[in-house]
Design a protein around this ligand. Structure first.
Ligand code: CA
Length: 371
């Protein structure tokens, strides 16, 4: 059941016209979905989506890279690497090994930031395999070489080369994307959209409120969320709700190929590592963002104003979402502030509110089978 559906049940009697409009909007075709003769065009029928994947590989990042490398619906322009699950150096090595496994050295893979905008530097190998962050799997040595460009420079260059075409898909801390905006703010209106695996409205996976990518670099996330481009937040809950099942993994294990077999190992690591997670199945946050980049209908969204908490004592890294779209307007009245009404607050983010988990799981297995 989606959160919108749950909302409808819990608040049925109080379901106002506003809620009706809001939830109806969640299930409508999202912005950017092509329409032809009243019918939505499926991802398979549309031209491949040019994307830049910014990643901190990472088990689920590795699955996101595999999806991006193998989906015919994607035109993968570049992979850029950021620290997060592992160090920047390890992440770049992992990305190059994965691209080499796919025999796609023509795709630029560039290193970027070595640390975060945030002064506290954290990495998360504990959840991804202490040896290398990709489930301790020994892949063949990389035959692809790193692109010499700095990730933020490559991102800026690509966006100018393909104006209004690129979808940025950050699935790690958002340092590289923030650096690109800081270096050249003119890229903002030239980006088609941003689909970020980031944030949570329902509790965090690093602390009580913060999702890891945002928690590791809240300052960067605040820049990216408020840059002014269309941004979709693929949050923790939809990631958890779309976990691949044992049956999905067993199905993928019936076919073979270097990437197929690597994916099965990653999925089994994540599935059996679920003792470190309160959620059953192989939870894959990052490839869901890639899937949303090519098929927006995989999730339902609601537009909200979202800021990142960068100072809170207990809430640093929280994605603070304004669900009502209003702020109380308080005016100084001589000896106190007095509320005088509500002000409208402009949405800046499309926030995931539900996921078609079956479609996502099928996409993963069918895309990687035999590769
Ligand atoms: Ca990641």
């Amino acid at each position: 059941m989606t959160r919108c559906a749950r909302f409808e049940v819990n608040h049925f009697l109080a379901w106002s016209l506003a809620a009706l409009a809001g939830c109806a909007a969640l299930w409508a075709a999202p912005p950017g979905t092509a329409s032809k003769g009243g019918h939505n065009i499926s991802a398979a029928e549309a031209s491949p989506v040019p994307i830049i994947l910014d990643t901190d590989p990472g088990v689920d990042d590795a699955m996101a890279i595999l999806l991006a490398l193998n989906s015919p619906a994607i035109d993968l322009k570049a992979i850029t690497v950021v620290p997060g699950n592992v160090t920047a150096k390890q992440g770049l090595a992992n990305a190059l090994q994965i691209v080499s496994l796919a025999d796609k050295c023509e795709i630029p893979v560039a290193g970027g930031a070595q640390r975060y905008l945030s002064p506290k530097f954290i990495t998360g190998e504990f959840f991804h395999g202490q040896k290398n962050g990709i489930a301790n799997i020994d892949l063949p040595p990389a035959k692809c070489k790193a692109d010499p460009r700095f990730a933020a420079d490559l991102i800026v260059e690509m966006i100018h080369k393909y104006p209004h075409q690129i979808t940025l898909v950050p699935v790690g801390p958002e340092t590289n994307i923030a650096l690109a905006v800081m270096r050249d703010p003119s890229i903002v209106p030239l980006v088609k959209r941003v689909v970020a695996m980031a944030g949570s409205l329902t509790g965090g996976n690093t602390n009580a409120v913060a999702e890891m990518n945002v928690f590791y670099d809240p300052e960067a996330a605040q820049i990216v969320f408020n840059a002014g481009w269309p941004i979709t937040m693929v949050d923790v809950l939809v990631g958890e709700e779309s976990a691949l099942t044992k049956e999905d993994i067993d199905e993928l294990a019936t076919t073979h190929g270097p990437q197929n077999d690597f994916a099965v190992q990653l999925l089994r690591f994540r599935y059996h590592g679920s003792d470190k997670s309160p959620h059953p199945g192989a939870v894959l946050f990052d490839p869901l963002a890639v899937a949303v980049a090519i098929d927006p209908n995989i999730i339902q969204t609601q537009d909200m104003h979202v800021d990142i908490e960068t100072k809170g004592e207990f809430t640093r890294g929280e994605t603070v979402a304004n669900r009502t779209g209003t702020l109380e307007n308080d005016v100084w009245n001589g000896d106190r502030y007095a509320a005088v009404g509500l002000e409208h607050v402009q949405p800046n983010v499309s926030v995931s509110m539900g996921v078609n988990a079956e479609r996502f799981r099928h996409l993963m297995v069918s895309t990687l089978a035999g590769k």
